[in-house]
Write a protein of this length. Structure first.
Length: 155
């Protein structure tokens, strides 16, 4: 998902809570811009704290006019770690763009992995990759043909 910077900051936390508590995906990947990398993309230095107070001043702005916020690595890691702990997920951090050296990657990534508990883990061990019940499966055309005939596309 790369949507969190397009909503208000408090809505990003609500989004994380809803996805991890209601949908409970096995894996969730969230990417968002690294604010600290913006000066490299924009060819300027990081603004001072005084410049950040006035959005019209300072060389380092958000990457997209629709972004409501952009987080530093520390802010993103704090947000993701808090959600992971609250909803029983592990989280690993990575990124894309740049070398990963200072000031980090251009876009930062958090990979959330749900930690299986007791009954849920046992259900997965009993021969299924998903803790869901198969309701219907599309029949394979080859299985419906007589034994000994070849199944080829266009036949």
């Amino acid at each position: 998902m790369q949507v969190i910077e397009h909503v208000e900051e408090d809505q990003a936390t609500l989004f994380g809570n809803v996805v991890l508590s209601s949908f409970r995906p096995t894996v969730l990947i969230v990417s968002t811009p690294n604010y600290e990398y913006n000066p490299i993309l924009q060819g300027s230095a990081m603004p001072s704290k005084d410049d950040e107070a006035d959005e019209s001043v300072g060389p380092c702005k958000f990457r997209n006019h629709d972004h409501k916020f952009e987080w530093t690595r520390a802010q993103f890691q704090c947000w993701a770690t808090g959600l992971a702990v609250k909803h029983n997920y592990s989280v690993e951090f990575s990124g894309v763009g740049g070398s990963g050296e200072e000031p980090g990657y251009a876009s930062q990534i958090a990979v959330f992995r749900r930690m299986m508990q007791g009954h849920e883990a046992m259900c997965l061990d009993k021969g299924g990759d998903q803790p869901y019940e198969l309701l219907w499966e599309w029949p394979n055309a080859c299985e419906e043909k007589e034994i000994g005939t070849d199944c080829e596309l266009g036949v």
